[in-house]
Design a protein around this ligand. Sequence first.
Ligand code: ADP
Ligand code: MG
Length: 343
Amino acid sequence: MDRIHSLDTQLTNQIAAGEVVERPASVVKELVENCIDAGARRVEVDIERGGARLIRILDDGRGIHKDDLALALTRHATSKIKSFNDLCAVKSLGFRGEALASIASVSRLLLRSRQADAELGWQAVAEGRDMAVKVTPAAAVTGTCIEVRDLFYNTPARRKFLRTEKTEFTHIEDTVKREALANPEVAFVLKHNGKIIKRYPAAKSFEHLQEKLKLVCGRGFSQQALYFHSDLDELSIKGWLGSPQHHRSESDNQFIFINGRPVKDRLLSHAIRQSYTGRIPQGRFASYAIYIQCPANEVDVNVHPTKHEVRFRNPRQIHDFLVKLIEECLSGSTSMLDNTSMN
Ligand code: ADP
Ligand code: MG
């Protein structure tokens, strides 16, 4: 048996990357959420070859101080929380300080940034086993640009698991959709192999969000969707439920956002599915976009590194309230068990 030794930095980051960086779309999610946390009003996602060759994310957010660039690429380094109390009431999308270090350990990453009051921009790359960071001056506009090239080039097992360019891009498109709906006031542009694929303009307010919904979920959904909104103490739930006539063969138009974070919550999606049972044909899927707002300390986002899941302090309350709202909303509409679908 060997004696104990510490693992080198790149390896520890690659181990962490195993959890967060599953495929190009997970990189897009992490990087876009960083743009949102930086107060960006516009985010451009530029993809080549389904993300396997290049993922470039450009934002007009507040940028990173030159002296922090190297730190941003190291693990457990974040500007978002300082204490355990901050962690318990985290308002930003990120807080683990792991994404950039993880992504950098399994790709060729370049981070370029410029703050509004800085004279010029700077860029950083991390290389080698110790992931030594080189910082050099670079032409840049205010904001941040991250380029992730050749994802998994040094982890062949992962690279082998990448699906076709089309499949990987579909996952990216889905991620951008979710982020665009989660952050209505931010404009998104998605490009693939040099072509603009999607443009989601900023919605001026939540009310203007319906326009965005049309772009993301299609005209069929947004025209028929039933809007609902209700508050219970500090809990606020609002959104659009697809009318029962609008059923689909896939579950790709199902969105739940908790405090601006796209999540996949089994308890809540089960509750919604139950509410639609008997109203739509078996094997078909409802469409919905539901926005839940609750005090940050009521929900624990530190459940899984990908932050797809959350844990509520009082799940029953949210569940029951949501079911009640959906039942009220749907019982106002006619139940249709014919074969009309709006795919
Ligand atoms: P986390 O988001 O959990 O803090 P990351 O590894 O994703 O960790 O990012 C590390 C830090 O780098 C962030 O805390 C933030 O200060 C900075 N950062 C990353 N991306 C951006 C960006 N697009 N704009 C401004 N700052 C950024
Ligand atoms: Mg982050």
